[in-house]
Design a protein around this ligand. Sequence first.
Ligand code: FEO
Length: 172
Amino acid sequence: MIAKKVETALINQIKLEEQSSRIYMAMASWCEVNGFPGAARFLYTHSDEERMHMTKLIKYVNDKGGYAVLQSLEMPDDKFQNLFDVFDKILKHEEFITESINELYEIAFKERDYTTSQFLQWYIEEQIEEESMFKGILDKFRLAGNQTGGLFHLDKELDALSVATPADGGNV
Ligand code: FEO
């Protein structure tokens, strides 16, 4: 059985992962209509990854005898100044998610729920990877400046970073 406190914190994290998926889906849509097909493809794929993060948590809660009830979500941003603004907001969002995972880990640890603490290790490592990837992308933006050629090249690089997923049929 899972402690109520831990279950509630995990359910909150499920909401945040689902919200992340929506945020990146909204950003992908913005990129698509603003001439950044590579960034759009990258973000559609990333949105699917967040959905996977959510599903993994849902299954964990249910497997442990809890019940993962989905929560209502806020409407995501649909206006961005430029492509840099999109990725700047992603990094800030991921930093917020890292904090939330750390708090969740602390709750599980204080409840002496070592199984959940162990399970959360995967998320802790995932956050390190994601933050590092988005910091790297932002560094490249700074190097490219606002030059059209630089942004075009960056969009191509983001395209190459994407992996084909069943959700987009690999052909976004
Ligand atoms: Fe689910 Fe981007 O962390």
